[in-house]
Design a protein around this ligand. Structure first.
Ligand SMILES: O=C(O)CCC(=O)C(=O)O
Ligand SMILES: [Fe+2]
Length: 355
């Protein structure tokens, strides 16, 4: 994989924002991006993304309430590919504390954050996204990217020592996210009348992967010319996202139109990744989404991505393949790396694994 184009920013987005700099030309969007997914709109209509009470999935009995919620889940995932999870068991103050710790990290002086800078040609650590080609438009964000699980693959040199409780906070949040994702994977299976563990067994076991992306989108002088994060779909199984309670910015594409995802203070925004679209044989959607910036307020978000162990084979679940719905996707292995390679070549990974 050629990464010779990759470099760290000479100045982080946060630093430019603090200095009142206008975004440099390599951040300014061009037709290559807007032709494919439509123009940048800073305030499209709000997405009526379903709000799902995931607490009711915890009980194993099939009560009436659970059936209603499962039907809502199925409808959410076949149309939007995402939903707002409430009643997940984590309190608002607990979630605020996580956001606070991440905010404190970004507030550290650059000299200190520099200790955690990623290396060129590799995603893990603090900095910007990797650059694959000269024409790649940069995103107006800084982020800390960590491979959190399996635990023995952690590169602790990228884990900030400051704030003092950051490691512990991420560790605890990881355990919570892992349990919540088991509940969601099982509910997704039930909503399609499948064996309860048919998805969860690929994403939530001991050696499965969890990556965390902790992001700051600083205020931007020209929000109508710059993306916080360019349009993409996630390569995960599912992604669990904590939004900044004070600032919107995340947008989701539905039926060719962009919508702004509303912020619900204590909710966890869940979107499916490509690997769930593959496993569900295209029944569930992995939505294309992007982030826009604004002039006044910085935005923090915390994204946790569940992925299978690289060696696991992922393909459409047998029970979802029949004459009426022939197999749409090939069986894949190490889709994360494949997705990366496609991104580099400008190919949509999901299209490349179609039969
Ligand atoms: O920051 C957000 O709201 C979305 C982040 C995201 O889509 C990603 O990291 O893949
Ligand atoms: Fe994403």
């Amino acid at each position: 994989m050629s990464t010779s184009q990759d470099s760290l920013p000479t100045k982080t987005a946060q630093q430019m924002s603090m200095d009142g700099d206008e975004p440099p030309s390599k951040y300014i969007i061009n037709n290559n991006y807007t032709d494919k997914f439509g123009p940048l709109e800073t305030s499209p209509p709000f997405a009526q993304v379903p709000i799902i009470d995931i607490g009711c999935f915890l009980s194993s009995s099939k009560q009436y309430g659970q059936q209603i919620e499962l039907a809502k889940l199925r409808s959410a995932l076949t149309t939007w590919g995402c939903f707002q999870a409430v009643n997940h068991g984590l309190s608002g103050s607990y979630l605020d504390n996580i956001r606070q710790v991440i905010k404190q990290f970004f507030e550290l002086p650059l000299e200190e954050k520099r200790n955690y800078f990623r290396e060129t040609g590799s995603v893990e650590g603090y900095g910007n996204d990797m650059t694959y080609s000269e024409n790649q438009v940069q995103d107006w964000c800084d982020r800390l990217f960590l491979r959190i699980l399996p635990e023995d693959q952690r590169k602790l040199r990228f884990w900030p020592k400051n704030p003092l409780n950051l490691r512990e906070t991420i560790d605890e949040y990881t355990k919570n996210i892992k349990s919540i994702s088991v509940v969601i994977f099982k509910a997704m299976a039930k909503s399609l009348d499948l064996e309860e563990d048919c998805f969860s067994k690929h994403f939530t076991e001991e050696r499965d992967v969890l990556q965390g992306r902790f992001i700051l989108y600083p205020p931007c002088a020209t929000p109508d010319q710059v993306f916080g994060l360019k349009a993409h779909s996630d390569r995960s199984g599912i992604t669990l996202l904590l939004q900044d309670p004070g600032v919107e910015g995340l947008q989701v594409l539905n039926d060719g139109k962009w919508y702004m995802v509303p912020v619900i203070h204590d909710a966890i925004f869940v979107n499916l990744g490509d690997q769930m679209q593959i496993m569900s044989n295209g029944i569930f959607k992995s939505p294309v989404h992007r982030v826009v910036t604004n002039r006044e307020k910085g935005r923090i978000s915390v994204a946790m991505f569940t992925e299978p162990e690289a060696e696991k084979e992922i393909g459409p679940v047998d029970a979802l393949v029949d004459e009426r719905r022939p197999r749409v996707y090939k069986t894949v292995k190490d889709y994360a790396a494949f997705n990366h390679e496609c991104f580099q070549k400008g190919v949509v990974a999901l299209d490349a694994v179609k039969l």
